[in-house]
Design a protein around this ligand. Structure first.
Ligand code: F6P
Length: 333
């Protein structure tokens, strides 16, 4: 079972700040709540930064009380709002951010986000000595060295729910449906949704089937008496791949309907799994920070909370498990 590490508070942190950055993910609110309440319980004040790194530069930093995070655990999105901040790529901006935090009496920063957000946190700490800890929050589950990220489970459940509905109409009309799911550079959502939704074909950024092989699979299904099928396509770097595949298979005589799930997968109430994960990782991030650790992310490895240095994660590509790829292949034939 996942558990918050029991660490002795080494450093006397007076106040920490928390922000969410990059694409929002269901469960970010649960993580913010855990950071705030666990920190206050340890006698450390907490500030919320609005709109990610942009808010840090604009000084949008406000104290949070236990009641500030009441009634948010079940909400999707992020109460702190989020942003992708190009300005933070500049060294001068990071210096300014550290000065801003120190001026407010803050001596630690918790960043909830993905790879880009952790790159900012890592540079901030390396250049200014300001302690940072990351919590993996992205529906894509594409962060190395952690088995899970907050929001992935909810996104997969949302997409599978949509596929179940699509299958009802696909079966009724004897149609092929192409369902495009999120995943700009990683196929974790596509693979899980494809397996869990019983897709006949799964197209991922890491494994692009040719149009000929997609058509062959549909044909094989038809020969076996199947009159409808579901093709799950991860959007890849340019959304709209589902429609492009739809056009291409039509040229081979296979008409289809295309459904792009898009941002529906990013919203909605987090699953119980994501709420629990977010609560445990949020509290763990604070426990590690108050224990004197920083420049690292809290993650999950083999069902245990782990602290992984940013340097081991940033810019690295997380590999899809071969076993799951093999399973997807075995079950769809
Ligand atoms: O949050 C991750 C992700 O959803 C990707 O799968 C997707 O390609 C991207 O973000 C879209 O982000 P935005 O809507 O912010 O451009």
């Amino acid at each position: 079972m996942l558990m918050v590490p029991k660490l002795k508070s080494k450093k006397k942190h007076k106040a920490i700040a928390v922000l969410t950055s990059g694409g929002d993910a269901p469960g970010m609110n649960a993580a913010i709540r855990a950071v705030v309440r666990y920190s206050l319980g340890q006698g450390c004040a907490v500030f919320g930064v609005q709109k990610g790194y942009s808010g840090l530069l604009d000084g949008e930093i406000h104290p949070l009380k236990a009641s500030s995070v009441a009634n948010i655990i079940q909400r999707g999105g992020t109460m702190l709002k989020t942003d992708r901040c190009d300005e933070f790529y500049k060294r001068t901006a990071r210096k300014q951010a550290a000065e801003m935090l120190r001026r407010k009496g803050i001596d630690g920063l918790v960043v909830i986000g993905g790879d880009g957000s952790f790159t900012g946190a890592n540079l901030l700490e390396n250049e200014t000595g300001f302690p940072t800890i990351g919590i993996p929050g992205t529906i894509d589950n594409d962060i190395c060295e952690t088995d899970e990220t907050i929001g992935f489970d909810t996104a997969v459940n949302t997409a599978i729910d949509a596929i179940d509905r699509i299958r009802d109409t696909a079966t009724s009309h004897d149609r092929t449906f192409i369902v495009e799911v999120m995943g700009a550079s990683a196929g974790f959502i596509g693979l899980s949704v494809g397996i869990g939704g019983g897709a006949e074909t799964i197209v991922l950024p890491e494994k692009r089937d040719s149009i000929e092989s997609i058509c062959k699979k549909i044909e094989r299904g038809v020969k076996r008496g199947k009159s409808s099928s579901i093709i799950v396509v991860a959007e890849g770097p340019e959304p709209g791949l589902g429609a492009r595949i739809g056009r291409d298979i039509l040229k081979h005589g296979f008409p289809s309907k295309v459904c792009i799930l898009g941002h529906t997968q990013r919203g909605g109430s987090p699953t119980a799994h994501d709420r629990l994960l977010a609560s445990i990782l949020g509290a763990s991030a604070v426990a590690f920070m108050l224990g004197g650790h920083s420049n690292a992310m809290v993650g999950v490895r083999k069902n245990e909370v782990a602290l992984i240095p940013f340097s081991k994660i940033i810019g690295k590509r997380k590999k899809l498990p071969d076993e799951l790829l093999e399973l997807a292949h075995a079950l769809s034939t």
